[in-house]
Design a protein around this ligand. Structure first.
Ligand code: 5GP
Ligand code: ZN
Length: 115
């Protein structure tokens, strides 16, 4: 863990987040700047900037958790995205996977709280 990293602080509950699913190796929560309702992030509980820095055992739960989030959100279509490095539009330098619902018809049941 990195003491200055925003996402490490979220894992340690030092920064508030809207938690979704947590396992021994990953933590998931709603994105503070959602591209759509239910936009979630899944992060390994291991500090690494890029996917190649993360031991495999911290990646095993990522897709199973992404599947559960998409099901809970209730969306029909969605993207799972993961950016590595500034040229690839990574802003937070702790590996994270976006789960972005793309449901034109609404029906998304979780959103960032308004207060
Ligand atoms: P990136 O561009 O690095 O792939 O995406 C970083 C994402 O992290 C952005 O979508 C941004 O809204 C989200 N984010 C940044 N800081 C925070 C935070 O403190 N809390 C939450 N929940 N999301 C954050
Ligand atoms: Zn970190």
């Amino acid at each position: 863990m990195d003491s200055n990293c925003i996402f490490c602080k979220i894992i340690r509950q030092e920064i508030k987040s809207y938690k979704l699913i947590e396992t021994d190796t990953v933590y998931s929560f709603l994105d503070i700047g959602p591209l759509n309702e239910g936009h979630a992030l899944i992060i390994p509980k291991y500090h690494g900037q890029k996917i190649g820095d993360i031991p495999d055992e911290y990646l095993h739960d990522v897709l199973p958790v992404a599947k559960k989030i998409a099901k809970a959100v209730g969306c029909t279509d969605y993207n799972i995205l993961q950016n590595n490095g500034k040229l690839a539009h990574q802003e937070v330098m702790h590996v994270h996977f976006h789960v972005i619902p793309k449901d034109e018809n609404g029906g998304l049941i979780i959103k960032w709280p308004t207060k």
